[in-house]
Design a protein around this ligand. Sequence first.
Ligand SMILES: *Cc1c(COP(=O)(O)O)cnc(C)c1O
Length: 533
Amino acid sequence: MPARCNPRPPTRVGAEEQPPTHPVPTGDPEDAPPPAAHSDPAGSAPVPAADDAALAGGSTGPDHLRPLLDVSLRALADGAAHRNGPIPAGDPSELADGVRAATGDLLPDTGTGATAALEQLTRILASGSADPGDPSCAAHLHCPPLAVAVAAETAAAALNPSLDSWDQAPAATTMETQLLGVLAGLVGYHPASASGVLTSGGTESNLMGMLLARDAALRNAPGAVEPARDGITAAPRLRVLCSQEAHFSVQRNAAFLGLGESAVIPVPVDQHHRMDPAALEQALTRCRGIPAAVIATAGTTDAGAIDPLARIAKVARRHRAWLHVDAAYGGGALFSQRLASLLDGLAASDSVALDLHKLGWQPVASGVFLTRQAQSLDPLARRVAYLNPADDEEAGYPSLLGNSMRTTRRADVFKIAVTMRALGRDGMGRLTDTCHDLARHAARRITADPALQLAADPVLTTVVFRYTDTRDPDRVNAALRRRLLRAGSAVVGRTELDGAVWLKLTLLNPQARQNDVDALLAAVVAAGAEEDQ
Ligand SMILES: *Cc1c(COP(=O)(O)O)cnc(C)c1O
């Protein structure tokens, strides 16, 4: 079950703009519920103030952590109760002033003590958050994290393993390797020869795929440049091909990698926003320079479109280009019996990006990078005397240092491992299917409403639509979204199709119900009518 850090009854989405009752996320004790911070939630002994300094400086023994976790949970609920919807009502500058005023000095000469600071700032954070557990918070690939994952994250934070050396993370090193094996199997790689690493997200996973593609292309090119050693100034011109609808990180990563954004060749899409394999073939044939990588997308951020992976894989192989699949969003379909076949062909890729902080219900960050051949990661390998000396490795101490671009690295594996073991593939798949059902329901309601227009049937869990009962749809759709934000009543996405403004629901909350979606759409229509006046 997804965590609702907010135990309020379901929010009513009303389009009327109410004056915000609490424009300022409050840390003000005057405004706050009874000062719960200094009493035990079970109603037993209050925490004596004298202990507070010890708590502030204390480490993660249960004596220190338990009372603070109690404070934190209570303040999360208190803070959320100050919001009337998924996001605080008000204008951004007013809200920012409120946060600054309520937090006060973030490095006072003398500290306030652990309980007071934690309670005050948690309340401000909760009242001032966009709550993905609220069914009206549906703009982005921003999921409500599962309670079990949040609890696991807390355990990992308490132990603070770091995966850059075995002696900082013995069990977590094993678990990460195990989890990557399971995920490699899920995408269709051979777990024994595949490898990978947990990342900060799709952006970093795409960067890794492009880095490995770049280095593989240059090593095989005439002159055999070794980019890690020599740089790429003397290298032949490399090209990266992806669909017009690929994630913007492809361009930015090309800049980071010294290829330049102009190295990216956008390939046309069909009417369903999927890369056209014939157009890819043509672009590869015409391409000047070496086609280092083809990047297919499994789940575009707006339409959820899934490129035809099997056909693209054949074309890429014919042109000896590395195939990276950006499945940051669509990878979640692999858990679902109903949707998994949409990703047929994924196994033929050289690398893949998955994001379990989207369809995976994990706290950020939960990115995954996988590569079919472990040796592809060689360009990242380094020998560091204090982390992975050769004699340690010979003595059987494994090192994941060379799998990552990072050094110190969180055990993001832990929450994912706990969640997947808790839910199993069936449970994960059911959550995906529930979100997919909500998207199909939303599409039916939009089609039935004369004031709304549906852009296309949903593939995954996003629904692109707009309000049409107006002569000026671009202005009204843009303005109605801000009206809902200002009222704090709904967080709806916005995008553009062929230069026109459209709205988007990204439905990642498996606890939301069909009537929540109905209420959200009704709020959009009401806000549209008000903006049109
Ligand atoms: C979210 C997303 C990304 C970026 O992932 P981050 O985790 O935000 O870095 C890349 N590609 C696609 C298709 C995405 O949906």
